[in-house]
Design a protein around this ligand. Sequence first.
Ligand code: OGA
Ligand code: NI
Length: 363
Amino acid sequence: MGEVDPAFVQELEHRPKQGIIEAEGLPIIDLSILSSSDATPDHSQALEGLVKQVGNACRDWGFFQVINHRVSMEKREKIFNASGKFFAQPLEEKNKIRRDEKRVLGYYDAEHTKNVRDYWKEVFDFTPQNPIIMPASHEPDEKEITKLYNQWPEYFNALPICHDREVSEDYATEMERLAFKLMELIALSLGLQPDRFHGFFKDQTTFIRLNHYPPSPFPHLALGVGRHKDAGGLTILAQDEVGGLEVKRKSDAEWTWVMPTPNSYIINVGDIIQVWSNDAYESVEHRVKVNPEKERFSIPYFFNPGHYTIVKPLEEIVNEQNPAKFRPYNWGKFLANRKRSNFQKLDVENLQIFHFSVSQLAD
Ligand code: OGA
Ligand code: NI
């Protein structure tokens, strides 16, 4: 990983503060009720309670943890093992599938990103739908599309010796099932039909990221991931027992440590849900602190709609009292723009949803 110049890093406005607050109150939501298909009044009352919990968590935190989610523990363990094995490869091997401007999926490490001083991690990205379709460029008048293919490590493909590729794909299937369930609960909590969001995810741009955060000699200065919001629909994160994720608590804007809960998933609403809900559910900032001794692994699943989706506040939600707070934007173009600024290391501000905020129009 890159050399860190402490003097420089001191300037970073988002240095971790000492004495981070414990994860007081990050809601833990039990999904076991979803496993029973009982049509009794008791059941529907319990479901109503669950919907309320999800709605409150989205409104008050933008983040929550779920337990009893029915994602296979075995599949979770397998993908963490596959991830450990992949990152343990020599750099030379990993470089064979290094991402570039054309092949944006695959491997990269912090040393090759612009933010070397505060990103202390290496990453492997793949998409469950292969290929995924994206606009060929971020230019608004560009009609062409392009296909993005996964780059698997050679040994992942060496079946039947190694099943790691299948393991990754199996895990994606589990995640998708949970993602649709959560979108149903979110829809209900907004007073919408449970399947209201499903159509947007017909042709997904969903991707899975294997994250590896090596131990850092400068844990008080460097971050694994700097503060950011997730741009897509919904994120489902699996973290190991080391922990390091911090969420900006809405009630007092303090950075809050998310204590690892065994076999739980951390859910957060992304920018797209913020726009769909017309700000009812805000996408919340988060970051990752590195650890001085222990390496850490995490696996976010970014559930994203089709590239052609025009993201805008839902018509059922906006009315005279609650006018649309965002102008419509094309998700694929938004994503292409983000990718472009990441790769070309442009010194431009990342495109953000507030650029589409209606109040921005006034000036
Ligand atoms: C991300 C992210 C958190 C983590 O990749 O967007 O927020 O704990 N990751 O790795
Ligand atoms: Ni994130």
